[in-house]
Design a protein around this ligand. Structure first.
Ligand code: PMP
Ligand code: GLN
Length: 381
């Protein structure tokens, strides 16, 4: 049977492609972003307890109340905004579901969504499946900063959403107060909404704080702010995320969420709520934890032929391989995994039109032995 694809230009995501190649080649996998160490013991104990105690049926559609209360407390503590746990917070099956639900809730056929390239690969298909058109603006190399004038010039009467992502995947760039003010200037007196993907909110380095849209009054009033406990508690496989948005936006968001997944893994929500309450220092210590990994990995790579770009946030190290090869980034990653047994992620799948750069992404959310093994192999390149 012939079927006309709704996503004719979409193949299998690069994360799956590279993880499969890594497995087949017996390579060290620094490609797909996930930790190879475990989350807090307390989290696992709490999950087991909640399963044993029978929290095995559907959770409330908007999320377990205690988890929403803990998210509200954390938001107030970190970003100074008091949000209503009942009307402003929805727990989702990962940030991926939250992103899809936010687009589906507000994008109408022909609406334009501004994405800043390179960007995470789920955004554009989610826009297009909902009838939207992506308008893709490149970030400036080499620091992946936003050219706000270009964003302003791209706005039309059809612009519905501007999406920002800080700390940024794949570059690690972070947005500052001045960026938020520039964005607020652009959207003021328009109907444009903001989606702020903040899944790496606790991975910011060198003493620079994460600047959340939730810390900006004007933007918070028109934004869906999305985060993920998969990142914060090293449990990407649990797929628990959430969306914070003002009541009117949350109401529309929930109309989609209730028919997309209805609810999220009940016992996991209960366990996460427990550790947010009992070990708040866990997420407060994440910047130092990941900064040490970043610095260690960078020092291991010193003397290699890769040039290391700055990493202000996130858990990825971008490296420039132009001293090594003329291959394009996908071909280079295929060669690297086959010849040197290290899986990386090329940047071109994050772009509509990739620049002429020789950059690949390495994930440093790995234990010491993995990083040492990978660095040894990379130094031999
Ligand atoms: N946004 C960004 C920028 C990501 O890197 C990821 C994936 N790790 C997600 C969203 C999706 O998060 P989740 O695994 O919670 O769906
Ligand atoms: N967010 C992870 C990354 O950027 C991967 C998520 C996925 O595999 N879909 O590597």
């Amino acid at each position: 049977m012939q079927i006309q694809s709704k996503l004719p230009n979409v193949g299998t995501t690069i994360f799956t492609v590279m993880s499969q190649l890594a497995m087949r080649q017996g390579a060290v996998n620094l490609g797909q972003g996930f930790p190879d160490f475990e989350g807090p013991r307390e989290l696992f104990d709490a999950l087991a307890r909640h399963v044993r105690e029978g929290r095995n049926q559907y959770a409330p559609m908007t999320g377990v109340p205690k988890l929403r209360e803990q998210i509200a407390l954390k938001t107030e503590k970190l970003y100074g905004r008091r949000i209503d746990a009942d009307s402003d917070i929805t727990v989702t099956s990962g940030a991926t579901e939250a992103l899809f639900a936010a687009f589906a809730a507000v994008v109408r056929s022909g609406d334009e969504v501004i994405l800043l390239d390179p960007c995470y690969d789920s955004y554009a298909p989610a826009v297009e499946l909902n009838g939207g058109l992506c308008v893709r603006i490149p970030l400036r190399l080499p620091d992946f900063s936003v050219d706000w004038q270009r964003v302003r010039d791209a706005v039309t009467p059809r612009t519905r959403i501007i999406l920002i992502n800080s700390p940024h995947n794949p570059s690690g760039a972070v947005l500052h107060r001045a960026d938020m003010d520039a964005l607020a200037d652009i959207v003021r007196d328009t109907g444009i909404l903001v989606i702020s993907d903040e899944v790496y909110e606790h991975m910011v380095f060198d003493g620079v704080p994460h600047y959340s849209v939730l810390g900006h009054d004007e933007l918070a009033s028109r934004s869906f702010v999305i985060s993920s406990f998969g990142k914060t508690y090293h449990c990407t496989g649990w797929k628990v995320g959430y969306c914070v948005a003002p009541p009117a936006l949350s109401a529309e968001f929930r109309k989609v969420h209730q028919y997309l997944t209805f609810c999220t893994f009940n016992a996991a929500q209960c366990a996460i709520a427990d550790v947010l309450e009992s070990i708040p220092q866990h997420y407060l210590e994440l910047p130092a934890f990941y900064q040490a990994k970043r610095d260690h990995f960078r020092s291991l790579l010193a003397g290699s032929r890769f040039q290391l770009l700055d990493v202000p946030g996130g858990y990825f190290q971008l490296v420039d391989y132009s001293a090594i090869s003329e291959l394009d980034d996908l071909a280079f990653c295929e060669w690297l995994v086959a010849e040197h047994k290290v899986a990386a992620i090329p940047l071109s799948p994050f772009y509509e039109t990739a620049p002429d750069a020789r950059l690949v992404r390495l994930c440093f959310a790995k234990n010491e032995a993995t990083l040492a093994d990978a660095a040894e192999r990379l130094k031999a390149v």
